[in-house]
Each structure stands twice: as structure tokens, then as C-alpha cells.
Design a binder for this molecule. Structure first.
Ligand SMILES: [Zn+2]
Length: 700
């Protein structure tokens, strides 16, 4: 975290960027050539106002929405016990982890011409910041984190269901609970509903090693929790971290022309994450347990919103916890930061099963994001609608695919049924119908649309120059793009400008024009992931990628949870295979403290490993305790250090280790996405550094 503060201290503040805009940014070519002028008050000196077309799109969108249904606002406000008086949550490292005041601009009834009205609505609903009563003995703290933190009164203490992303928000939630209804009772149990970081990362904020050592706290999770928590984010972790800058808009300041909300909640707090392994796993499809004196029925829902996840019914309170399987929005089938596409039909089936298992009885339904639903009719309405929402996109996208509609067309063809479009809890606040529809085709048919032109095409940078030549050169492309822009045809404008920036990555006019088109598209989106992606690309085209220090805040908890096999597999991904041509060796690796053994072999420029074996003809045999190996896995020590001080021992040709280390590449999350944005360093306007951790927990 020291690294993080050093990084931040090296950057000008947002205010300075406003005051000194001309000094930081060279004179904008778009301005010089008479495109629309920058907007005063926009966070970026070259940011533009919404055009008349964008304002019309937004006004039209408002007409079709069911604003007369205000039940969400009533449910969101119901049961408020107290708001937190301090608007800032300060991280242990001293930075501001979350600042509720940044979202004050949403509190009134202002209409924003740069925000889709439906997004303004969900952003307002996400503006809660306090302790709420759900039903007798159940409380939620909302708005301290991307997710809610839920407290259920047990016989001897508090059962915490999902515990936020960072220790600081968990601790702040605990303090607010204790201030009002906690009665000074301790934490008696923690339940992780699923494997995403915003549901377990805060655990060390309120549970200590002593609590665990003395058996004071039981931690319950679905079977397969640890494996799935870590594995989802390791292999493509650096790419996912980079893509978060688009989906979550990490460089965009909170502002009417920037970041507004993430849909599930507001931002991920900038604090420290943690993980304590579960002490009890729920393995049966439906399993009943007594947790601190309270009867709970767990329903495992594997391969839904997460690889492993579980709903919970508390019969005594007629309370149904739907984890993240049902929220007040359409969730991601395909998640833009990158993840295997989820199975919407399976997801729907588990919601239906919850409806039939608990739907007749439940009087309150609550979950890990947004707010509860009260009354049996309302619960069944939401469960049925959500069941149909996920089944419909699965079935109807495949219905079209079976008639030849491709991944490149489906988002313009598929629509959520009109009756569900009029339900707020089916709006695309996390997954948009468009990108989810493309995800369904990806899941079943993959990336290829079956047109051989797109099967093994030239890379964009190779084919783009021909397009630009055939279109008559850069000036013609720019001129036509500007007229398309003036007509409000922003997607068409991006199509031709994209070719131009690939052909001429240093063409500042092209990048500026593309940024302007992306910005208008961003303003028009209802879905935060789509808005943030367009606005993030506009930001990077205008300013380049900030070149500050890459922060490494890998939680030791996460490293400990990573299997050695997963770590070895990740080494194989980090290895530069071209440099490994012609090399061949076998290494025996043993970790005596946990009794694991591996053969690691380099052959054919490929590193493989197998668990449970030692080779007779190994070139090198290494022995190191797993506990010491973790310092290497976490990047705190090199393997040579362990050999130097005797924590690791060897037999055979130790020079192999140096060869292997020399083949490793450190992934850097600052790689360019848009052409011509990599080597420039201007200004950052949000307090989130780049992170380069393997296995970093990714909230969802
Ligand atoms: Zn979540």
C-alpha cells in the first residue's frame, strides 16, 4: 500500500488538471479543426457535452420506462435504522477507501443529459449508506462496499452473510451494527455465499486469527469454494485486471460525464482484501445445518452467477437469501472484464428450484446486492421474472442462432420480452441484453460466425492501411466520420475511425474523433459496463495510459490459498516459449511440509507439471517447504534466496533454475488496448492504481 500512495502522490490532482489543463494537454486537434468545443466543467479538458442526438436518444429512452412503478424506492428505503455519519471510509493505509460524498450530485432530482435516465435511477437507488432492518433479527449494511454486508442474530452472536471486499468496509459495517443493535455480541459465524471477492475479502476486518484458532467463529461456504475462488482469476489475471479499467471505469472520476455507478452498487472500495478458509463446506444439493442455534437450509447452485454459490432459507424467519443469483437487475451472463461465459439456463433452473422449494413460504427475500423484497406475492413475482429473464435469453438467442443469426448480429436482433422490459429488476444494470446475447452464442458456438472471411483474418493493424487507402486516405475518413458524427451515427463513425487509428496510431485527429464518438455512445448507455467501456476508451485515446508505478498488493491470504499446481501452471503461462526453443530439462519438486511432489518438465518450448510423481532421470531435484515457497509465489523472494539461506535444498544441475527464471516474463497491466495510447503519460483523475497481482480477487 505504500507503493500505492507513492503512485498517487506522484500524480497531479483532478483540480490541478482543471486549472492547468492547457499545460498538461497539448492543444486539441479537434478544437483546432472546429469540432464541437470542450465542455466547461467536464472532468477532461477535451471532454464534450452530450450532442442533440444523444440528448434525444436519452429522452426517447425515458418514455418507454415504467417510472410509475416506485416499489424499488420504497423497498430500498424501508427499515433504515441509521446512516453512517462519517461520509468517508478511510483505509488502513491512510487513503480514502470510499467517499459517499462523491455521489451527492445524484441525491436530488436533477435530470442529467449525459446519463441514461434508467442508469440515473439505479445510481440513486445505490446511494444508500447505512444500517437497515430486513426482518426480526436480520440487518444489512448497504452502500459501504460494492456488496451488502448482512448480519443475522444467532443464539450467541452475529452470523455474517457475505462480508464485503475489503477489511475497512467490513469493520465500518460492524461498528455501525454495534452502535445500534449489536448488543456487544461477537461474530459467531461467517457465511460466504460464493467465490467473488466482494463477498469474502473483508473477513479479516472483523475476524482474527485468534478467533479462528480458538474455534470461536465458524466459516461456512459452498463445496469447492477455495479452488474456485483462486482459479477463476489466475491464468488470465493480468488481462482481466486491465479489462477492469474498461468495465469498471477505474480511471474515470465520479461525475455526470464520467463514472456514475457500477449497477451492483457503487465502486469497489480502495482497501485491503483478505481471505480465511472455510471451516465447513456445504456439499449436498440441499443441506440443512444449525448455525449458532439457527436452522438454515442451504441450496447449492453451482455454475450460476459463480462457479459455486448457494442460496439460504431461514425457516424461523421465513427469510430467503438469494445470494447473487437474484438481484434488482439483469446480471452478467458474459462479464466484460473476461470470464468463462455463464450458463443462463442452469441459472434459471436454480432460481425456479428456489421458487418451488421456498417460494410458498418466504415473507422476505434478501441478497448480496441491492435491497430486500417483502411479501410473498412480491417475492414470487421477482423470482418468476428473473427465472424467465435468464431462460429467455438462453432459449431465444439459440432460437435465432439455429436460424443463422451470428455472434456479430445477435445483439441487434435479440430483445428481452416487453413484459420483462417493464420490470425494473430485469433491466440491464449489470449485464446488458446486448453483450449477454453475444455471450450466449459464444458459450454454445464460440467466436466464429462461420464466414471464412473472419476465420483467420489479418490482424487489424495489417488490414487497416488497405481500408484507409481504399477509402481515399485519412482526410476523407475523418471528413466522413465527422459528418456521421454530426448525423448522430456514432457506431458507423467508430467503424471507419477504428480503421484509421489502426492504420495511423499516431494520428491525433483520428484518435480525438474516435474519442468523441465513443463519448457520445457512452452517455447513451443504460448499462454501466458499456458506458464505462466507451468512456474509458475515450479517456485513453485522449490522454494515453497513465505510466505510474504498478502497485502490488497481493494478499498473502490469496497466495496461501493458491495450490502449487496452479502456481506451476501459471509459471508456464508466464514463460516466453520462443526463448525456450531447444531447451529441455526435468525438475523434481518436493514440498515436505505438505507432502506434495511434482515433476516439472520443459520440452518442445512448453513447461508442464504433474502432481504425485518424481522422475528417476531428473536433471535437478528441489526440496522446499510449501510455506517458504509462498514467499516466491507472492513475489517477495526469489528462489535463489531460499537456496542461499538453506530453506531450499537441491541435488543435480542448479543452473537449470537460472535458465528457467530467465524465461519468465513479468506481466504488466498497462498494455495498450486502443492503438497509439501506450507511450503517453499525462494525468490520472481517479485514485485507483494499476495492479499487477496474480490471483487478485475480482469483485462481481
Ligand atoms: Zn457481488
Amino acid at each position: 500500500m505504500t507503493t500505492r500512495r507513492t503512485f498517487l502522490a506522484s500524480l497531479p490532482t483532478t483540480g490541478a488538471a482543471f486549472a492547468l489543463g492547457g499545460a498538461f494537454f497539448d492543444e486539441g486537434p479537434a478544437m483546432a479543426q472546429g469540432a464541437s468545443d470542450p465542455l466547461a466543467g467536464h472532468f477532461h479538458p477535451r471532454g464534450k457535452a452530450p450532442s442533440e442526438h444523444t440528448r434525444r436518444v436519452i429522452a426517447e429512452a425515458a418514455k418507454g420506462l415504467p417510472f410509475d412503478d416506485t416499489r424499488d424506492f420504497e423497498e430500498q428505503a424501508r427499515g433504515l435504522i441509521a446512516e453512517r455519519s462519517n461520509r468517508k471510509i478511510i483505509a488502513d493505509a491512510g487513503n480514502v477507501a470510499f467517499d459517499r460524498a462523491e455521489y451527492d450530485f445524484l441525491d436530488g432530482n436533477d435530470v442529467f443529459d449525459s446519463i441514461h435516465p434508467s442508469m440515473t435511477r439505479i445510481a440513486r437507488l445505490n446511494n444508500n449508506y447505512g444500517l437497515y432492518n430486513v426482518t426480526d433479527g436480520i440487518y444489512q449494511v448497504r452502500g459501504f462496499d460494492l456488496s451488502d454486508i448482512t448480519f443475522v442474530r444467532g443464539a450467541t452472536g452475529w452470523i455474517v452473510i457475505d462480508i464485503g471486499t475489503v477489511r475497512e468496509s467490513a469493520r465500518a459495517a460492524w461498528e455501525l451494527l454495534q452502535e445500534h443493535v449489536g448488543e456487544g455480541l461477537p461474530v459467531s459465524a461467517v457465511i460466504y455465499s460464493h467465490t467473488h471477492g466482494d463477498h469474502f475479502g473483508g473477513v479479516r476486518g472483523i475476524v482474527s486469527d485468534e478467533d479462528m484458532a480458538e474455534g470461536r467463529v465458524e466459516i461456512i461456504a459452498p463445496g469447492g469454494f477455495m479452488e474456485n475462488t483462486i482459479s477463476e482469476n489466475v491464468y488470465a489475471g493480468n488481462a482481466m485486471n486491465r479489462r477492469l479499467f474498461y468495465q469498471y471505469g477505474l480511471l474515470l472520476p465520479v461525475a455526470p460525464h464520467g463514472f456514475v455507478t457500477q449497477g451492483l452498487g457503487h465502486r469497489i472500495p480502495a482497501g485491503s482484501t483478505s481471505l480465511i478458509a472455510p471451516t465447513r463446506l456445504v456439499s449436498e444439493p440441499v443441506e440443512e445445518l444449525e448455525v449458532d442455534g439457527l436452522r438454515m437450509i442451504f441450496q447449492n447452485t453451482p455454475r450460476t452467477e459463480a462457479p459455486v454459490e448457494m442460496n439460504t432459507y431461514i425457516p424461523e424467519k421465513r427469510a430467503l437469501w438469494m445470494a447473487e443469483n437474484v438481484i434488482a437487475a439483469f446480471h452478467n451472463v458474459y462479464t466484460l472484464r473476461g470470464a468463462p461465459v455463464r450458463d443462463p439456463l442452469n441459472w434459471s433452473r436454480y432460481i425456479n428450484r428456489a421458487l418451488y422449494l421456498f417460494g410458498d413460504e418466504a415473507e422476505v427475500m434478501f441478497q448480496s446486492h441491492h435491497w430486500p423484497r417483502w411479501g410473498n406475492d412480491r417475492i414470487r413475482e421477482v423470482l418468476r421474472d428473473q427465472r424467465d429473464l435468464y431462460a429467455n435469453i438462453n432459449n431465444q438467442v439459440l432460437h435465432y442462432a439455429n436460424q443463422g443469426v451470428t455472434i456479430n448480429e445477435i445483439h441487434n436482433v435479440y430483445q428481452t420480452p416487453e413484459s420483462l422490459q417493464r420490470k425494473w429488476h430485469c433491466r440491464g444494470y449489470h449485464g446488458s441484453p446486448q453483450h449477454n446475447a453475444r455471450g450466449v452464442i459464444q458459450r454454445y458456438l464460440g467466436f466464429w460466425d462461420c464466414n471464412p472471411t473472419t476465420l483467420i483474418p489479418k490482424s487489424p493493424s495489417e488490414s487497416a492501411p488497405l481500408y484507409v487507402e481504399m477509402m481515399g486516405g485519412a482526410e476523407k475518413v475523418l471528413s466522413r466520420a465527422r459528418s456521421l458524427h454530426d448525423e448522430g451515427e456514432y457506431l458507423l463513425a467508430t467503424d471507419i475511425l477504428d480503421k484509421l487509428v489502426y492504420a495511423e496510431p499516431e494520428n491525433a485527429d483520428a484518435k480525438e474523433a474516435l474519442a468523441d464518438a465513443f463519448e457520445q455512445l457512452g452517455y447513451q448507455q443504460e448499462n454501466p459496463g458499456l458506458r464505462n467501456s466507451f468512456l474509458a476508451a475515450a479517456y485513453e485515446l485522449r490522454s494515453g495510459i497513465p505510466q505510474g508505478i504498478v502497485a502490488s498488493s497481493s494478499s498473502p491470504d490469496i497466495i496461501r490459498a493458491m495450490s502449487t499446481e496452479l502456481f506451476l501452471n501459471f509459471l508456464a503461462i508466464r514463460m516466453n516459449a520462443r526463448r525456450a526453443q531447444g531447451l529441455a530439462f526435468k525438475i523434481n519438486l518436493a514440498t515436505p511440509d505438505n507432502g506434495e511432489r511434482f515433476v516439472v518438465e520443459l520440452s518442445n518450448a512448453t513447461l508442464t507439471s504433474i502432481e504425485g510423481y518424481q522422475a528417476d532421470d531428473a536433471d535437478l531435484t528441489l526440496s522446499v517447504n510449501r510455506a517458504d515457497l509462498e514467499t516466491v509465489m507472492g513475489g517477495e523472494a526469489a528462489f535463489e534466496d531460499l537456496l542461499g539461506d538453506g530453506r531450499a535444498t537441491f541435488e543435480g544441475d542448479i543452473s537449470i533454475l537460472g535458465q528457467l527464471a530467465g524465461l519468465m516474463v513479468e506481466f504488466d497491466p498497462r498494455f495498450p488496448i486502443m492503438p497509439g495510447t501506450g507511450a503517453r503519460a499525462e494525468v490520472v483523475t481517479a485514485e485507483i492504481p494499476f495492479k499487477g497481482d496474480i490471483g487478485a480477487v475480482i469483485p462481481e
